[in-house]
Design a protein around this ligand. Sequence first.
Ligand code: ATP
Ligand code: MG
Length: 411
Amino acid sequence: MNKSGFDAYLVGGCVRDLLLGCEPKDFDVATNASPEQVKQVFRNSRLIGRRFRLAHVYFGREIIEVATFRGTENENNSRDRVHEDGRLLRDNIYGTIEEDVWRRDFTVNALYYNIQDFSVVDYVGGMTDHQAGILQLIGDPETRYREDPVRMLRAVRFAVKLGFKLHPDSEQPIHTMADLLANIPPARLHDEVLKLFLSGHAVQTFEMLRHFGLFSVLFPATDLSLQTEDHGFPRLFLAKALENTDIRISEGKSVMPYFLLAAFLWDPVQANAKEKIQQGKHEAIAYQEAAREEIKRQIKHTSFPKRAGLAMNEVWTLQARFKRRTGTRALKLLTHPRFRAAYDFLLLRAETGGADPTLAAWWTKFQDTNPAEQEQMMKGTGQQKNKSHRRKSRYQKKTGSTNNPGPIRQQ
Ligand code: ATP
Ligand code: MG
């Protein structure tokens, strides 16, 4: 870029992380070249975005995002730029680096690293804040949160990830402004939720989100269940689910987002199902309906893909099937594609007082042992067979409801 006569800077998270000695997730470049000019310089690039065009430059498997400096409004272009609630609607005017800096969120995210002479350009005191470990919004915090309420989630995410302290001026308004998040499209909030909880610091993130009243906007039903039984099962269960997520990430293991979402919504689903059972509905039907309703309710806040909803539903539905181990049922369950996740879920429940630990232990042994012993174990459960079990199994055969959770409509 520089050779072609343009200025180019590494900017944002990558500079911040490099200064901390961490490996950046991705690299962003800001330049005074227009996207079309970037495309001319890099043949290995593609222009993306309709509203604000960016160039993606490909280096092997790495993608570097190259954005042209963005400007701020003036008398000619300020019209319609801000929604009546203060949210920014348009952010698509080219500008200079001096203008570009003001649209960034935190001072430590607004450091520009000049690739040519290895200097850091800092207009907002980002270096001082970085050294002091302070996370602070650029400009007036209330205005900046109103422009884009997602910045409140970013504040939590970066404070936790970097181990920085949120500056009191940036911290204080969150308590009263948290509700503004409700205006953000659910798809964008889902993306943020994944970044928040798959960061490797889910436990701390959760605590901080609750502290600021942000969690209740993202997961209202979950928050309600925590309020009613704050020290009981839901809280213990969630704490363990979050802790396990962090452990898995620190061990480099994969984490399925739907698993955590299933944990978040488990208590609301159970509470809903219990009500239906009290009204005389059969357990399996009650759980099916409750699962659908809670998913439908949640995706109005943070929407997730339909397949995630299906997976969550399966994990919930299989919980009841763990209890029924007679005949060949247990062996069949082992081959279910969602067995592993559902079994992990059962363990989580058993560890936190939500399921019988001996049942969890039975399944731990059963899946690991030889066929002869499996046979013995299944016989052992057969002796406990009683009338109510038989009634349930006949019912299942008729409806097939526990074997096939059926499609979930998300809208
Ligand atoms: P990470 O990639 O580690 O999550 P990041 O700081 O790189 O952190 P990105 O979402 O990749 O975050 O954004 C890159 C940069 O764009 C940020 O550092 C910030 O300067 C700017 N930015 C991103 N989102 C916003 C926002 N909502 N408001 C203002 N500036 C933003
Ligand atoms: Mg980034």
